[in-house]
Design a binder for this molecule. Structure first.
Ligand code: SF4
Length: 529
């Protein structure tokens, strides 16, 4: 286990994410004020402007990071020191790497930390801390991370901001390299995607438009790696009609409060929306198009991710109601892996559902795959890409698996005796997927990262010309308000100055239905701020 000790609860998420990026599936524990193991004595000797004192190896860990914030200049601007302690195996002594940080510059010449307030003007102390930690862990492990010290989920946002300020590609590359140590390859990818996103979004009126999200939180079964709001439809089928009634109430609210605004995109996700019966699907989508003006919507997506939930009747119902983009997700084209991750459908079912969707006239079909699945190596990824190439989807999203300790997947793998630390996405797999996507005529158009993402890589969406999922870009770049209906969904209001306020619907289906009026009232007050 690695330990991180903080004297204040600051930048905890970022520091922890950075450690996890270096140490993969190992446990990283954070001790901060409030936790039982916390002790002020940890910080003796690392005060600002002082020499490193005698910290010993009693902490009992091979690596311990101590982060001491000793002066708070403003909410995001702090001064302090960082010590990375490494216990040497040979003589039990402790190797110490100590650096100081502040909002502007380091405390000593050798500790040079330059921060650039151009983009992250409110973020300079955090970035300084991350740079010191990155440099220390890079020295210790010899590893260079593709995204450097960047721990946020939207690297393209940085490139996008700089493009909007008129910066050249060289200036963007220089900034991302110096500020975050991002690799050349990832800088080029972020810049390419940022340019593509700008092009795709150029006709969207953020001020007078919004996007609509509808959540259907039911699935045929729950995949072992699932981190979404999802309940097995078998146990919930008697509640679905009442759930739809509540969605209709929310649609009525949107009809009343958003009159005069334009709906730019509609996205029905979950869960698996195609767990609805054909008549329920028709009823809900019919109500939606009767109440709201969808004539300006640039896309209408319904996630149909699980092939075991797709029928011809449902496809016909969606087509009739104007749905023009769906996803049919293999995750892998290996049946053994599908069984292991609890998908409970076969590759043959996937191909059948996909062909059926084509026959029903769907000409924009997305597929999702996951890299780093248990038991899979580069050869399996190549096999999956070759099989997908035979189907020629319009859009392909390549995910890196995130296995969290304590998750159902983690426990199942452990019970099967698989070495979890060996389950990882690799650069080779990423290259196979991106080259495979390009050979299918797909180009990268959006990118995001997740916490605990395998190999510290990213998830990337690729699409044919004119088939990019606009909603995917809008939700990632957070440039337009999204009104979200249904259990476990998050409504986001984006103000003109870029400020974002959120409002969550409760996850539990029963509670959502009981509290539907309160859910609507909260949304109403968010948009009346
Ligand atoms: S299909 Fe998606 S939402 Fe449903 S259980 Fe699997 S991962 Fe979760």
């Amino acid at each position: 286990m690695k330990k991180i000790i903080l004297n204040k609860d600051r930048f905890q998420y970022d520091i922890h994410s950075l450690f996890k990026a270096f140490y993969g599936n190992e446990d990283v524990k954070v001790i901060a004020p409030g936790s039982a193991e916390y002790d002020d004595g940890f910080f003796e000797g690392i005060g600002h402007h002082t020499e490193m004192g005698e910290l010993n190896a009693e902490l009992g860990e091979d690596i311990t990071l101590i982060c001491f914030f000793d002066e708070e200049i403003s909410e995001d601007s702090l001064k302090g020191s960082i010590a990375l302690l490494q216990k040497e195996d040979s003589d039990n002594s402790v190797h110490k790497y100590v650096r100081s940080f502040s909002d502007n510059k380091s405390a000593s010449q050798n500790d040079s930390v330059s921060t650039n307030g151009d983009v992250e003007s409110v973020d300079t102390s955090k970035n300084a801390v991350k740079k010191i930690i990155y440099t220390a862990l890079n020295k210790k492990t010899g590893k260079e991370l593709p995204w450097g010290s960047l721990t946020g989920i939207r690297p393209t946002r940085i490139a996008m901001n700089l493009l909007e300020k008129g910066k050249s590609e060289e200036e963007i590359a220089d900034y991302m390299k110096k500020t975050y140590f991002v690799s050349n390859e990832k800088i080029a990818l972020s810049t390419l995607i940022a340019k593509r996103e700008r092009e795709i979004l150029k006709n969207i009126d953020y001020e007078n438009g919004y996007s609509l999200y509808i959540g259907i939180p039911f699935c045929p079964t729950t995949c072992l790696y699932c981190s979404f709001t999802s309940y097995p439809i078998g146990a919930y089928k008697d509640m679905v009609d009442d759930y739809i009634k509540c969605l209709k109430k929310e649609i009525d609210y949107v009809d009343e409060d958003f009159a005069g605004k334009t709906i730019d995109t509609v996205y029905m996700g979950g869960g698996t929306p195609t767990t609805l019966l054909p008549e329920q699907m028709e009823d809900l989508l019919g109500y939606l198009s009767e109440k709201l003006d969808l004539s300006h919507a640039k896309e209408f997506t319904v996630e149909s991710g699980r092939p075991d939930s797709i029928t011809r009747e449902k496809l016909k119902a969606m087509k009739k109601m104007g749905v023009d983009r769906i996803s049919v997700n293999p995750q892998t084209m290996r049946d053994e892996t599908l069984k292991l991750i609890g998908r409970r459908h076969t590759v043959a079912q996937l191909i059948e559902a996909y062909n059926m969707a084509r026959e029903e006239g769907f000409d924009n079909i997305n597929m999702d795959i996951i890299l780093g699945l248990p038991g899979e190596n580069a050869g399996d990824v190549q096999y999956t890409m070759d099989e997908i190439a035979k189907l020629m989807p319009d859009d392909l999203t390549v995910h890196s698996l995130a296995i969290k300790r304590g998750s159902r997947l983690y426990e199942v793998l452990r019970q099967k005796g698989l070495d979890i630390s060996l389950i990882n996405n690799t650069e080779e797999m990423m290259n196979i997927a991106s080259m495979g996507a390009v050979s299918m005529g797909l180009k990268p158009y959006y990118l995001y990262r997740q916490k605990n993402i395998s190999g510290n890589f990213e998830n990337t969406g690729y699409a044919k010309q004119g088939k990019a999922g606009i909603y995917n870009i809008l939700i990632n770049e957070e440039v337009q308000s999204i009104v979200a209906l249904g259990a476990g969904t998050v409504t986001k209001r984006v103000f003109g100055n870029g400020r974002i306020e959120r409002c969550d619907n409760v996850k539990d289906v029963k509670l959502y239905m009981e509290q539907i009026d309160e859910m609507i009232a909260r949304k109403r007050s968010l948009f009346n701020l």
